[in-house]
Design a protein around this ligand. Sequence first.
Ligand code: ADP
Ligand code: MG
Length: 681
Amino acid sequence: MRTKQLYGIIYMVIDMNLDLVKGIGDKKFEYLSKMNLYTINDLIEYYPYRYNVIKVIPLIEARDGETVTIKGIVDTEPKISYINKSLNRMTFRVRTDNFLINVTIFNRAFYKNNLKLGRVINLIGKYERKNNTFTASDIKFEIINGMKIEPVYHLVNGVKNKGLTKLISDCFNMHVDIDDYIPEYLQEKYKFISKLDAAYCIHFPRSLELLKKSRLRAIYEEFFIFMFKMNYLKYKYDLDNKGVCRLVKRYEVDKFIDTLPFKLTEDQSQAVEDIYNDLVDPKRMNRLVLGDVGSGKTCVAVIAMYINYLSNYQSSLMAPTEILARQHYESISRMLEGTGIRVGLLVGSLKKSEKNKVCEQLENGEIDILIGTHALISEGVKFNNLGLVVTDEQHRFGVNQRSNLQNKGVMCDVLYLSATPIPRTYALTIYGDMDTSIIKTKPSGRKEIITKSYKEKDLKNVLFQMLNEIKEGHQVYVVAPLIEDETGESNLNDVKKLKEKFDTAFNNKIKVEILHGKMKNSEKDEIMESFKNGETKVLISTTVIEVGVDVKNSTMMIIFNAERFGLATLHQLRGRVGRNSLQSYCYLISNYDTPRLKVMEESNDGFYISEKDFELRGEGDLFGTRQSGDMVFKLGDIRRDFKILAQCKMDASKFISENIVNNFSYYPHFRNIIKELEFID
Ligand code: ADP
Ligand code: MG
């Protein structure tokens, strides 16, 4: 065990492996590693995604039928009756304030020994005044007075919320010494509480007010580090901003554009114009193409890579998932047929020998365009003369990964593609270090996707529409929030159960397949292939298909528990249909009327939706579910916490300009961050 001595106190080093912690055996370690939790620090920063607020109220305030928590004293010995093998009922009386009430609780006979006469307990359940009965769903023995805020964590099979809570609490009890990145003068300026207190409070909040303060501090730190990296990269970029100067004639590019099966939209043409100018200029390109789903960013990137090829440089294109990388590989190879450009694919699941071959060809200059996942930035991948790096759906990648790929070409140009439509002012903050080209217009002939929300009980209507589409020879996506409801406790739809449901509804006559992140890559490929060639009619999946998947013949997207997804995700998912001139549909299945679903029904315009998204997400969203698909921050949400982000941008930029001269000598943490950013393998 590594420890360090500080003022005579032994502090645990925060990156200590969890298997060295008392109480964590091999089994538990394995479960935790499934959640990517390996060190004490990982656990401490594994923040709850929401909280249960339990408030104890006096019985007179309880409304009939409402779930409440009360406090009382056990007044009679519990009696147990067995209704059948799997159902037992326990009854006893409880004194609360000046009332004596009858308590009933099912299947908790094992509590009997804890319910000694005179014991004070909390009861959670519903009170019925008419017959003075309290039907409890649970009993708490560690007494809550007033209010308790319980953390709720994302879990995997084998780890329970209670157990995890205990583990995290144990970590804090080990005198952990936690790295604080926020420079002292900023801590003073904002009167932040200490990092350790804040971290503790995020897990175990004593009050909502403290929780808010603690979260603010943690979010500030996350954003500050992020903005530091962004600003630092920009600084470096400006410093050595001599790129390659390409001698490519415009007409050569236009000749290629003429071979495409469609005419570029106005915005696509403008983006190509911007990129061409960047590439022939000796200044390095650092450009973001921001465009709604389906606006045709990929082909703009292909044209950029074509220009790069004409000037005898290699390009790489990095996609966030293997499905996407393979899809790009296929469609781009097709687009470039007859040009002589050699396209290669590098993804994690390739055999070692295949990988080696690709790497060899790359190094010899026998591949002109390499497409892949983050396998591209792994060690051992060496380019012959990389001139252009394209990153698709860049919000999925950390800044570190970005700079790593950049470092592979000495002075290469970079192009980012992003489908996160965010209002321009916000884009300027988040992508402030880049030039932007915005694609707003959709390819012509596209119809609005008809969007409707339905309650689950009205699913029949949807099934009927679905059959119609399938009869027409079209295909349908279905999305659910879970792969499998492992705990059986959530009321959410899951992929596996939905498959059974649809198979039954269709009498197994229609080919329904499932796709999710836990499948083997070969399986995923097979299923995608069978969906692409139209054999599979219905594809049920989690949000793995959210980003970029392109199957033109699919005309219907059905999203279950739509209330669980943020607007950005819903819009991305809807973008999987409406990819040609066919009329497409999007059905949002939800038993809740959230304003988000209305926004989706109202509009197909990603930029409008993103404006609404910013409006709808005020501070009130503290307990809301996180949106996926954004840049990944542990707590921060670029929309909700935009003000903090903007402040961090200013603070980080000032911090850099003041400390760069002495190479951050007072700030070892930031020196380490820089080392990471500049790491060239
Ligand atoms: P995204 O911006 O979501 O990455 P894609 O580049 O995948 O969009 O393009 C979506 C679909 O539209 C693709 O099938 C592509 O071939 C097609 N497409 C792109 N540009 C045009 C255009 N100008 N006219 C018609 N179809 C186009
Ligand atoms: Mg794309």
